[in-house]
Design a protein around this ligand. Structure first.
Ligand code: TYD
Length: 208
C-alpha cells in the first residue's frame, strides 16, 4: 500500500442523476488498485447515525421544515467529520466523499432559499473548519439528469420530484463554483469511462 505524507480529501458534487456516485466508486476502485489507501464515504449516510438521518430525510414520513431539514444534514455532517473524515485524514488516507457541505448550499440555500451565509457558518462549525482539498463537480444538463433518474424506476425522493427545484439546485452549483480555484468541473454528459479518465488526470496532478 502507498502511504501519503498527508491525507488528501476529495468531494464529488453534482445534482441527482449527474453520475457522481458511480464516478466516486470508480475513482475509489482505481486509486485502490494503484495501491493508495483510500476510503469511499458519503453524505448523508456515512455513519450509523447518518444512515438513520438519511432515512428520515429521504422518506419524510412526517413534514420537515426547511431549517430542520438543513440541520439534519448538518447533524449528519458533524458525525461524519468526527467519526470518519478526521480519523482518515489523521491516518494520511485519501478520502472520496460522495457529496459534502456544498450540497447543502445548492439544495437548501439555492433550492430552499435558506440564508447561505448562515448555512456556511453552521457547515464550518460541523466540519471543525476542515475543507476538502479538491472538489470535483460533475456538471450535467438537468433534462439528461431527469431522464436518468426516471429510468432508474425507483420511487422519487422529495429532492428529485420537481424539475423546477432541480433547475434551482443546478444553477446554485454553477454559480457557487464559477470562481472557485479548489473546484474542477467535469462534463457529466460524457460516458463513465471518459469521466473517470478526466477525474484521474486531475487527481494525479494534485497528488504529485
Ligand atoms: P444522494 O446520496 O446523492 O442520493 P442518492 O439516493 O441518489 O444516492 O443524496 C440524497 C439526497 O440528499 C440528494 O437528493 C441530495 C440531498 N442533499 C441535500 O439536499 N443537502 C445536503 O446537504 C446533502 C448532503 C444532500
Amino acid at each position: 500500500m502507498k502511504k501519503l505524507e498527508y491525507g488528501f480529501f476529495i468531494a464529488i458534487e453534482g445534482i441527482d442523476g449527474s453520475g457522481k456516485s458511480t464516478l466516486a466508486k470508480n475513482i475509489y476502485n482505481y486509486l485502490n488498485e494503484l495501491g493508495y489507501e483510500t476510503i469511499l464515504t458519503k453524505e448523508p449516510g456515512g455513519t450509523p447515525l447518518g444512515l438513520q438521518l438519511r432515512t428520515i430525510l429521504q422518506t419524510k414520513n412526517t413534514p420537515v421544515n426547511t431549517k430542520a431539514e438543513f440541520l439534519l444534514f448538518a447533524a449528519d455532517r458533524a458525525q461524519h467529520f468526527s467519526n470518519v473524515i478526521m480519523p482518515a485524514l489523521n491516518n494520511n488516507k485519501i478520502i472520496i466523499s460522495d457529496r459534502l457541505n456544498d450540497s447543502s448550499i445548492a439544495y437548501q440555500g439555492y433550492g430552499r432559499s435558506l440564508d447561505i451565509e448562515t448555512l456556511k457558518h453552521i457547515n464550518n462549525w460541523a466540519m471543525g473548519d476542515i475543507k476538502p482539498n479538491l472538489t470535483i463537480f460533475v456538471r450535467v444538463d438537468t433534462n439528461i439528469a431527469f431522464k436518468r433518474i426516471k429510468a432508474r424506476k425507483e420511487e422519487l425522493t422529495d429532492f428529485e420530484k420537481e424539475q423546477s427545484f432541480m433547475n434551482k439546485v443546478a444553477f446554485g452549483f454553477q454559480e457557487m463554483y464559477q470562481n472557485r480555484t479548489d473546484v474542477v468541473t467535469l462534463d457529466g454528459n460524457k460516458t463513465q469511462e471518459e469521466l473517470l479518465a478526466d477525474a484521474v488526470n486531475t487527481i494525479k496532478k494534485h497528488l504529485q
